[in-house]
Ligand binder design. Sequence first.
Ligand code: ADP
Ligand code: 5GP
Length: 187
Amino acid sequence: MIDPGHAQRLIVITAPSGAGKSTLIRRLMNEDPNLVFSVSHTTRAPRPGEVDGRDYHFVGEAEFDRLVAADGFLEWAEVHGRRYGTAREEIARLLATGKRVLLDIDVQGGLRLQSLLSALFIFIAVDGPETLRQRLMGRATDDPEVIRRRVANATRELEAGKSWPHIVVNRQLDQAYADLRALIYPA
Ligand code: ADP
Ligand code: 5GP
């Protein structure tokens, strides 16, 4: 179990797909050497440019099943038809570095963690699903069917996000980044 004192160093970021979460997280990670990123396990295939062990631990269904059976995940969820999970070992290892740990977690996982531990829970929102569709098309890393599925899930996710302790609306990127920083580094 995570020591409650350590949990204060966890930052959990959640967003519907295409909201700009990865862009914002990349910026934070580049700027602050005292932040470490929790690399999740996933059964989805790597996108062009993604690196195993840096972006995700890319695993097959059997390996994911094994970790679930061994109670190896702090939480896991099926998201857009693929499975994603946060390994207990990963979080314990990162907390032991003494740094702040940043987790990228979907809505279901974010809700589950809110009931499990105290952390800084931040939701990255946009004005509506159409913005997400445009951004995912612009990113051009996913098939049209994958984009359709992600946008279809977004309305429900944006609704769920309204209950989050902290919300950053990503309209203009620099403003969203400043808002995010203000939450992570309060004056
Ligand atoms: P997520 O990780 O939430 O799925 P990304 O960070 O990959 O989203 O962003 C999706 C796309 O939208 C990327 O091409 C990114 O460059 C672009 N993007 C991010 N924030 C903004 C913004 N404020 N305005 C316009 N485009 C943005
Ligand atoms: P993507 O396939 O775009 O990288 O991620 C899809 C979704 O999975 C995102 O909402 C992301 O936050 C979520 N996700 C990534 N890792 C985890 C995890 O360990 N647990 C959960 N519940 N969701 C995750």
